[in-house]
Design a binder for this molecule. Structure first.
Ligand code: SAM
Length: 279
């Protein structure tokens, strides 16, 4: 089977998805499907077929977080029981080249990648993504609307780097590059509001398409995808995160669909289809 024939999300109408004459899905009547895995992000992406993913929205645990923790300028990773160093593993900057190589390979010919990013890591991530073939458009700003902890200028925003593979039109070219959504308080460490992912998913995918997050955490990207009628494949190295994401996806009305993982995978996972942790 070649890469394009495996992309049933783009080529074949799925059960429950209405398809207009032009071939685009215009809505869906069936619940969105999802699959979750528990592995290293790069290893997991390597199991997916080339060009099998319609949109990547992801939020790695940056190396720079370690620095902030070391000097005590952030406490948000320390206050929950689930947020010790052991629990919240960091993704080293040195691994960005392999991450972007896999991201570029799995994305459809014309597709977008959104990477949540901080003001330090963007200088590492941008050239690494460009070296893999992505076109960098701009950083979007997530305006959290209230200041957080810290010093100097108190932090009120995070960045989302917007990359393109090939050429894909945004749905609405009247959307501003500042997305104002209140921060999440007391949630999963570094949890992003589903409302931010909502904007990105609407802009860069169609109902019935496949959205992927390789650092899914509590599953916010998946929740937004499910609410918008997209299918979702998520992954996180932490089994506890995967369990939280599974609960949130079920609450959002999505249904486990092992066929998604199988369709997107070039090798079979050794773990279970939902929340399975092969390690
Ligand atoms: C910033 S959090 C993601 C939060 C998520 N956006 C949310 O809203 O809940 C980053 C996640 O990356 C995971 N992680 C760290 N290193 C990883 C790796 N090598 N592969 C996969 N996941 C990893 C952590 O367990 C953590 O859940």
């Amino acid at each position: 089977m070649d890469a394009s024939s495996s992309r049933r999300h783009l080529l074949e109408p799925r059960a429950g998805v209405e398809v207009a004459r032009c071939g685009f899905a215009v809505g869906r009547t069936a619940p969105s499907g999802f699959g979750l895995s528990c592995r290293d992000a790069v290893d997991w992406l390597a199991t997916l077929r080339a060009q099998s993913v319609d949109l990547l929205v992801t939020d790695p645990a940056y190396e720079s977080l370690e620095k902030h923790r070391a000097v005590g300028t952030t406490t948000r990773l320390k206050h929950s029981k689930a947020s010790s160093n052991d629990w919240f593993q960091i993704f080293p900057n040195a691994r960005f080249p392999e991450l972007f190589r896999e991201a570029y390979r799995v994305l459809a010919r014309n597709a977008h990648l959104y990477l949540f990013c901080d003001q330090e890591t963007m200088f590492v991530a941008k050239p690494a993504a460009e070296a893999s073939g992505f076109r960098f458009w701009k950083p979007l700003v997530w305006d959290k609307q209230t200041i957080g902890m810290g010093y100097h200028y108190r932090s009120r925003y995070e960045l989302v780097l917007f990359f393109e593979k090939g050429k894909r039109r945004l749905l609405d070219r009247g959307i501003p590059d500042v997305i104002a959504v209140p921060r999440i308080r007391g949630g999963y460490p570094a949890e992003k509001p589903a409302a931010v992912a909502d904007v990105l998913i609407r802009q860069s995918s169609e109902p019935g398409e496949l959205v992927v997050d390789a650092f899914a955490g509590s599953g916010s990207t998946g929740v937004a995808a499910a609410r918008l009628g997209r299918d979702f494949l998520g992954n996180d190295i932490c089994a506890e995160a995967v369990a939280i994401a599974e609960r949130r996806l079920l609450e959002a009305g999505a249904r486990p669909d092992p066929s998604l993982q199988t369709a997107a995978c070039s090798r079979h996972e050794t773990g279970g289809p939902v929340g399975g942790c092969p390690r």
